[in-house]
Each structure stands twice: as structure tokens, then as C-alpha cells.
Design a protein around this ligand. Structure first.
Ligand code: ADP
Ligand code: ASP
Ligand code: MG
Length: 407
């Protein structure tokens, strides 16, 4: 039996918490082989980013990865020392030492493969593996550079390692008891879900529910790995992310509400209304690895149209520079930005078969006096862009309107 467990930043924030986790891990080790993945301690990653920004307005992505990867290396070494002090054999591994190979992209590299040889050898020696999350290494042919997987990426490390080692269980331990109907820090009445489908969790995570990294959920679905999300300090049962359960048609069609305040809107005025104009802009953004979200193109008049889209905080600087350059090439008008916007989404597989959910969502927001700036949908999600001042209230009124506090 092999168990993979991931412990997030707040669960390893100081020496006491590291020791508490080590004690749990040592107990699990009595019954199974264990590989754990750790995040950087507390706010370490944020602090390292802030430090870099004091020295450079546009830090080199390669150097950023080298810097940020140290956070997880420190916590993995400290966790290993704690385990050893409890008499539990353990060894720490960087992403590269664990055999995690990524594409040659910095700050949000995707894992291309994992060579489990070293991990297997250490497990065979009786060690608990303590893997530094959120990082990998490029192939030797690409100079074996250190890469990171994007904010929140330790979850993805854990699921990928579970797959590479063919683990029996994959458990994500964090500072809440599982996946809730919405962020319990905003809505105290939010209800913990016993289970949630990959599809729903993917949409929730993609729209800001940071309890899981969306790429971890994607890998779970791809390789059919059930993922348990639970609290690192209690024995509460947690939430299982897995394929849809039988109750699908008779439960509340809305499963959860996600919000994301780390978004920004970029608008290009007077884009020539000719074939290929939008593609020029989005092609340039894609080349720089910028993910674009809510895209709105207005009805054209006099041969020009306004085009706007949203990007997250991390991509904002690059996106603005790229868009400004292409807008100039296209002879378009001014590029303007709005950083005070936020997204709120309702998610549920039942949405696709129940009409009227958009109406209910928009009415609830209207009654609360919240203005909608733009809208996007998927089959199982409706997302609206609003002013960031309204975000907490929007989450609360929607949670209430869809009666998510009730089972
Ligand atoms: P970790 O450091 O363990 O990776 P994160 O801070 O990344 O933890 O994610 C856990 C946080 O996610 C919680 O503290 C909670 O505030 C937030 N969160 C947002 N949406 C949800 C949700 N639907 N269910 C549970 N937690 C959520
Ligand atoms: N330490 C990284 C971050 O803060 C990765 C993680 O915690 O998953 O984003
Ligand atoms: Mg996280």
C-alpha cells in the first residue's frame, strides 16, 4: 500500500506545525509506504516574489523559478529532519531529484514526464519521500533548468507523483476540512461537500476556488485518481473528488460558487473590424503563454469595434505590453485597463439541463444592486465580471439565492 499526501503552506508554516504533520505522517508510515509533497512554509512564496520586485520591475522568469523553488526545498528538508527526529526514515527530494521533468517554460511549466527510478529506490530503502512541491526540471538537453508549475502547483505535483508511483491513495491536506459550496472564509454557512465531480471541481478551481490547483484536478480525471481533500490537523472526513455520483439528477443543480478578485480587464478601442484582427492580438498573447478569459467584442460601427478581455494578476504586465504593441501595429485606438474587477461564477453539472439559472443569478445580483460588466458561460458554469468592491456581497447573495447551505 502506497499513500501520497500533500501538505499546503499553512500546514507547514512553523516548526510546531511541521512537527505536527511529521507526527501524522509517521503514524501513517506504520501501515503504508508514504510519499509526501510539501509547499513552502506559510507566506514564503509571496515574500520571495515581493523581494524580487524590490530589485526588478520585470524579473527574469528563469531566475524567479530558481528563487521560488527554494521555498519548497526548505520545507522539504525541515520536514525530513522532523521525521528523522521521530525515528522515521525519510529523505527529501527536489522536483528534479524526484524525476519530475517539465517543458521549457518558466513560472507555469507543465509536467511532461516523471522518471520514478530514484523515488522507487528510496521507497525500497524504507524511506518516507518528502518531495518539494511546485517544481520540476527541464530535460538535460535543455540544461536541466529549475522550473515551477504556477501558483498553487504543489497540488499538481502530488497528483502527478501519485500517478507515477501508481499510489493507492492521493490525499491533499490543507487548512479547511474539504471543498465547500464556496470559500468558507467569505460565507461561514458554506457547506462541506462529501464529494464533487472532476468536472465541477475543474470549473470551480479554474474560476478561483484556490483549494485545488485546476491542473491537479485535470490530471486526476485523466488518470482516474480519486483525490481526497481534508484538513491537516483534524480527522474530519474531507471531500472526495471523483467521477460523478448517482445523485446527479436529484440534487441542487448548482454545486458551488467560485470567485476571483485577481483579475484585470484590458480593452482595445477602435480595433479595425476586419478578419484576423482579433487573431493577431490573441496569437501574440498565446505566444507569451498568457491565458485570456472573458472575451467581449462589441457590435462594430463605422468599421471598428471595441475588444476587451480579462487576464489574471500574474499575466497582467505581459498581457498589457503585448496588447499595446499589437494595437499599435493594427492602427487600433487606445488600450485601457481596469484592475478593480472581479469574477464570480456558479458551477454545477445540473446547470446544463436546467434552464433559468442565468435568470436566477442575474436577478439575485440585481436585487443586491450589483452591476454586471460582462458574462461568459460554459455548459456547467455561468461567470460574471463585476466591480471588485462587490465581490464578497455577490458571493453571499448567490450562495443564499441557490440555497447552497442546505444539503
Ligand atoms: P494550501 O496552502 O493548503 O494549498 P490554499 O490556501 O491554496 O491552501 O487553499 C485553501 C484555501 O482555499 C482555504 O483556506 C479557503 O479560504 C480557500 N477556498 C476557496 N474556495 C474554497 C472552497 N470552495 N472550499 C474550500 N476552500 C476554499
Ligand atoms: N508555494 C507555491 C505557492 O504559494 C506552491 C503551492 O503552495 O502550491 O503558490
Ligand atoms: Mg494551494
Amino acid at each position: 500500500m502506497l499513500v501520497v499526501q500533500k501538505y499546503g503552506g499553512s500546514s507547514v508554516a512553523d516548526a510546531d506545525r511541521i512537527m505536527a504533520v511529521a507526527t501524522r505522517v509517521a503514524r501513517t508510515r506504520e501501515k503504508a509506504d508514504v510519499a509526501i509533497v510539501v509547499s513552502a512554509m506559510g507566506k514564503t512564496t509571496d515574500n520571495l516574489i515581493a523581494l524580487a520586485q524590490q530589485l526588478s520591475t520585470a524579473p527574469d522568469p528563469r531566475e524567479m523559478d530558481k528563487l521560488l523553488a527554494t521555498g519548497e526545498q526548505a520545507s522539504s528538508a525541515l520536514m525530513t529532519m522532523a521525521l528523522q527526529s521521530l525515528g522515521c526514515k525519510a529523505v527529501s527530494l527536489t522536483g528534479g531529484q524526484a524525476g519530475i521533468i517539465t517543458e521549457v517554460v518558466h513560472r507555469k511549466a507543465r509536467i511532461s514526464k516523471i522518471d520514478p527510478t530514484r523515488m522507487r529506490r528510496e521507497l525500497d530503502k524504507g524511506n518516507v519521500l518528502v518531495i518539494a512541491g511546485f517544481q520540476g526540471i527541464t530535460e538535460h538537453a535543455s540544461w536541466a533548468d529549475i522550473t515551477t508549475l504556477g501558483r498553487g502547483g504543489s497540488d499538481t505535483t502530488a497528483v502527478a507523483v501519485a500517478r507515477a508511483l501508481d499510489a493507492d491513495r492521493c490525499e491533499i491536506y490543507t487548512d479547511v476540512e474539504g471543498v465547500y459550496t464556496t470559500d468558507p472564509r467569505i460565507v461561514p454557512e458554506a457547506r462541506k461537500l462529501d464529494s464533487v465531480s472532476y468536472e465541477e471541481m475543474l470549473e470551480l478551481a479554474g474560476q478561483g476556488a484556490k483549494v485545488m490547483h485546476s491542473r491537479a484536478v485535470e490530471l486526476g480525471e485523466l488518470y482516474d485518481i480519486e483525490i481526497l481533500v481534508a484538513h491537516s490537523q483534524t480527522e474530519a472526513p474531507g471531500t472526495v473528488i471523483r467521477h460523478e455520483d448517482e445523485q446527479m439528477e436529484i440534487r441542487n443543480p448548482v454545486r458551488g460558487i467560485a470567485h476571483d478578485a485577481k483579475t484585470n480587464r484590458i480593452t482595445v478601442a477602435s480595433v479595425p473590424d476586419i478578419p484576423g484582427a482579433a487573431s493577431r492580438i490573441f496569437h501574440a498573447l498565446a505566444e507569451k503563454n498568457v491565458s485570456v478569459d472573458i472575451i467581449v467584442q462589441n457590435v462594430s460601427s463605422k468599421g471598428v469595434t471595441d475588444l476587451s478581455f480579462t487576464v489574471n494578476d500574474e499575466d497582467f504586465g505581459t498581457a498589457l505590453a503585448v496588447t499595446t504593441a499589437v494595437a499599435k501595429d493594427l492602427n487600433a485606438g487606445e488600450v485601457t485597463v481596469d484592475e478593480d474587477v472581479a469574477k464570480v461564477s456558479i458551477v454545477g453539472t445540473g446547470i446544463r439541463s436546467h434552464p433559468g439559472y442565468a435568470d436566477k443569478m442575474f436577478s439575485a445580483l440585481a436585487e443586491a444592486g450589483i452591476n454586471i460588466l460582462s458574462i461568459t458561460t460554459s455548459e456547467i458554469r455561468i461567470t460574471v465580471l463585476i466591480n471588485s468592491d462587490d465581490i464578497q456581497q455577490a458571493v453571499r447573495v448567490l450562495h443564499q439565492a441557490f440555497e447552497l447551505e442546505k444539503a
